[in-house]
Design a protein around this ligand. Structure first.
Ligand SMILES: [Zn+2]
Length: 153
């Protein structure tokens, strides 16, 4: 399973990659040089909308993929084709879309005070982020993600 470092402008893509379980950093405040250095040291694939940055990576032997569109469906379709990504819904293992932390399954009664009452009544499967504590559940938006993935085929 490849790890990624998504350049700024690819915030949505990085959240999706985390949802599908891919370890993905997102460049916001870090410099381009730091992103490339960290990717080189930790074997991450750089994703960027800038041809210049992709060229820079190639020169330094860092694997980089030029993302040529802003459309999330086209981006995922392209990565699926290029890197054979697994975009199953539900994902085999997901990561926190906010912080890239790992998610661990939680028993409902352990997190009851952390979720809205309606949510507790309607859903049974919950996870929490081991890093930032955010709670996730299989909600209605999973259907939207499923539909979006259908469109990448
Ligand atoms: Zn988190």
């Amino acid at each position: 399973m490849p790890d990624f470092y998504a350049d700024s402008m690819l915030g949505k893509l990085s959240r999706f990659l985390r949802f599908f379980g891919y370890d993905t950093l997102y460049r916001s405040k870090e410099s381009i040089e730091d992103m490339i250095k960290s990717s080189s040291e930790n074997n991450r694939i750089v994703l960027s909308r800038s041809e210049e940055i992709v060229d820079k990576c190639t020169k330094l032997n860092v694997v980089a993929v030029f993302i040529l569109t802003n459309d999330i469906v086209q981006q995922l379709k392209y990565l699926r084709e290029q890197l054979d990504l697994d975009l199953s819904v539900p994902p085999h293992s997901a990561r926190c879309s906010i912080c890239n932390g790992r998610l661990h399954e939680k028993k409902k009664h352990d997190i009851l005070d952390l979720i809205p009452t309606g949510t507790a009544q309607h859903y049974d499967k919950f996870w929490s982020c081991t890093e930032c504590g955010k709670i996730y559940w299989v909600g209605s938006h999973w259907k939207d993600i499923e539909r979006l993935v259908e469109n990448t085929r």
